[in-house]
Ligand binder design. Structure first.
Ligand code: SAM
Length: 150
């Protein structure tokens, strides 16, 4: 199972969930999430080519009605409707986003791939083998409000 399926399986998505990938790349998380019954997906991606690619992939998968991808800087986009946020970003960006993650509705889930949110306590951590990586990739899950150290 790849990191996308493993991360989404760990979340047990329910109808009504809104899954947001900040820095959504080619949209692989969005398309997989929107394949779950009643789930909507929102991506924010700075690279317009990747935005086009993800919208084309959403159409090809028949989930375009449930996938929105905004081209822009996630620091300036509203993602307050998210019930689940996915971050595959460096630790510094995870740290910068923490105050906005804490402002999500209580009980919202945050999953970070590869890098944790520094100083924050995860409710679970597991590792997934990814073909292109020599070492298993850790997946961290947090629940809002996210407990922090110090
Ligand atoms: C490691 S990739 C992860 C892509 C996707 N989440 C995935 O797991 O397949 C990080 C992505 O974040 C995007 N990114 C980085 N900083 C960003 C920002 N401030 N606003 C929007 N996108 C950003 C990059 O362009 C890149 O596509």
């Amino acid at each position: 199972m790849g990191v996308v399926n493993a991360a989404l399986a760990s979340l047990r998505l329910q109808p009504g969930d809104v899954v947001c990938d900040l820095g959504s790349g080619d949209g692989r998380f969005l398309i997989a999430a929107a394949g779950h019954r009643g789930v909507r997906a929102l991506g924010v991606e700075a690279d317009p080519k990747l935005v086009e690619q993800s919208l084309a992939a959403a159409r090809a998968a028949g989930v375009q009605d449930r996938v929105e991808v905004r081209c822009g800087d996630f620091h300036h986009e509203d993602f307050s409707s998210a019930t689940v946020v996915i971050l595959y970003l460096v630790m510094e960006l995870n740290a910068q986003l923490l105050p906005r993650l804490q402002a999500l509705r209580p009980g919202s889930r945050v999953v970070t791939i590869a890098f944790p949110i520094p100083g924050a306590r995860a409710v679970s951590v597991f590792k997934v083998m990814v073909p292109e990586e020599p070492m298993p990739v850790p997946v961290f899950q947090y629940v809002v409000p996210i407990p922090t150290r110090g």
